[in-house]
Ligand binder design. Structure first.
Ligand code: FES
Length: 157
């Protein structure tokens, strides 16, 4: 059974494919547009994308899985990004990431309940790292205790 939102998603996919119809090598722009529009790249969309790009489903799937940026399932309600770039690493982001993985019970690119844990490579606040971004909010000088407070605040919300 399809729902109205399924129908809308399929219409949105077709609009994206049409918009890129004349563009050579449009697979990546299409995948970005689909994820920006639908929040992820559903399995059912892969066949249509492959057909529109004259590629096999395996080729499209290979591109989707090659780039960590692309999601194949709906995003979590909240996204916690931890900066992995050099300046934040020098200020302890690796240890912070290990703490977050332990606290959430998932690895980077994983998900724990309503929280998705993702790497990010520089948030432009290099002098005040380690930095994280929770949804749209950037938070600086984060240590394990501060991260625990952020996570506790999310669970209370
Ligand atoms: S290196 Fe982390 S904000 Fe720039």
């Amino acid at each position: 059974m399809t729902t109205a939102s399924d129908d809308l998603a399929r219409q949105q996919l077709q609009a994206i494919l049409q918009a890129h119809q004349q563009q050579a090598g449009a697979l990546l722009p299409i995948l970005h547009a689909v994820q920006d529009t639908l929040g992820y790249i559903p399995d059912w969309a892969v066949a249509d994308i492959a057909r529109a790009q004259n590629q096999s489903r395996a080729e499209v799937h290979g591109v989707i899985t090659f780039y960590h940026h692309f999601r194949t399932s709906p995003p979590a309600a909240h996204t916690l990004q931890i900066c992995q770039a050099e300046a934040c690493q020098a200020r302890g982001s690796r240890e912070l990431t290990a703490h977050a993985e332990q606290a959430l019970g998932c690895s980077l690119h994983g998900r724990s309940g309503d929280i998705g844990l993702e790497p990010v490579y520089c948030l432009g606040l290099c002098a005040t790292g380690p930095n994280i971004q929770l949804d749209d909010k950037m938070i600086s000088r984060v240590d394990a205790g501060k991260l625990d407070c952020v996570l506790a605040g999310l669970k209370e919300a």
